[in-house]
Write a protein that binds this ligand. Structure first.
Ligand code: ZN
Ligand code: ZN
Length: 274
């Protein structure tokens, strides 16, 4: 199994997972044109996609979906609540957009719900609830031939369920959104937005992730890819060093071979193979 983060950040998120002959996209937050272009950069054909999983309805995860559905003919795996929120979106979209979304998704939906596993081709997926301020937010694990990977972004704090679901993963794509100090000092954000990001239903900070790497992570994953980095309230090198120091500080009884890497808004990561 292999994965690439095609793009990640507040400007758009999409992750491609490939196992055997199965290709699945997690989120379509970049434009359809850009997703298609990045597929090609990675040597993949967008027409061969077997499914699109939606984590939640926010624009940076779902903004490219409607147009992409005109190019691909695979189903969309989405919860009932997220579907309803997505097709009734009134903010930041043109008047005609909700109606177009309904039409684009007609007869294309496979309804999913938290903790109910489903299979696409050669991959078993397990969605699990994560705490964020959309209507019904999921992280996913994907298992192929006994190897498990996980992708989770947009969640405000670590939960027992998240730690449980991440146990035994070979690779994890996980949010490291902001440095708490950089966010508090950031002049570009109004105070209510800062409150939202910092809240338990907002976004995971570098510090939260470091704490989990020290105390919650089982040390199993060979690869951890940091995702959804804020371009104003974070710095990629800071996020990476924070995570690496946390791994180093784990008790000597729990050493780990884990490699930390970054994902980017404007280009895909190299393939990560497990
Ligand atoms: Zn997001
Ligand atoms: Zn979100």
């Amino acid at each position: 199994m292999k994965l690439t983060v095609l793009g990640s950040g507040s400007t758009g998120n999409a992750v491609l997972i490939v196992a055997g002959n199965t290709r699945v996209l997690v989120d379509a937050g970049l434009s359809a044109k850009e997703i298609t272009r990045r597929f090609a950069m990675m040597g993949e054909d967008i027409k061969c996609l077997d499914g699109i999983l939606m984590t939640h309805e926010h624009g940076d995860h779902a903004g490219g979906l409607r147009v992409l559905l005109g190019t691909v003919d695979c189903p969309v795996y989405i919860s009932a609540q997220t579907h309803d929120a997505y097709v009734s979106e009134k903010f930041n979209v043109a008047n005609e957009e909700p109606r177009r979304r309904v039409k684009a998704l007609r007869d294309r939906v496979e309804q999913i719900e938290s903790s109910r596993e489903f299979r696409i081709g050669e991959i078993d997926f397990h969605p699990f609830t994560i705490p964020h301020d959309a209507v019904d937010n999921f992280g996913f694990t994907a298992t192929h031939q006994g190897v498990k990977i996980a992708t989770l972004m947009d969640f405000g704090h670590m939960t027992t369920l998240v730690t449980e679901r991440l146990r035994g993963c070979a690779a994890i794509v996980i949010e490291s959104n902001h440095s708490r100090d950089m966010l508090k000092a950031c002049d570009n954000y109004p105070w209510d937005l800062k409150q939202r990001i910092l809240s338990r239903l907002g976004h995971l900070s570098n510090e939260d992730l470091a704490d989990w790497l020290k105390h919650g992570f089982d040390g199993c994953a060979r690869y951890i890819v940091l995702a959804h980095l804020s371009q104003r309230a974070n710095n990629p090198y800071l996020a990476k060093i924070n995570a690496e120091v946390a791994l180093y500080e784990r008790a000597p009884l729990f050493p780990t071979e884990t490699q930390i890497s970054l994902s980017y808004p404007k280009e895909p990561t190299p393939w990560i193979e497990v």
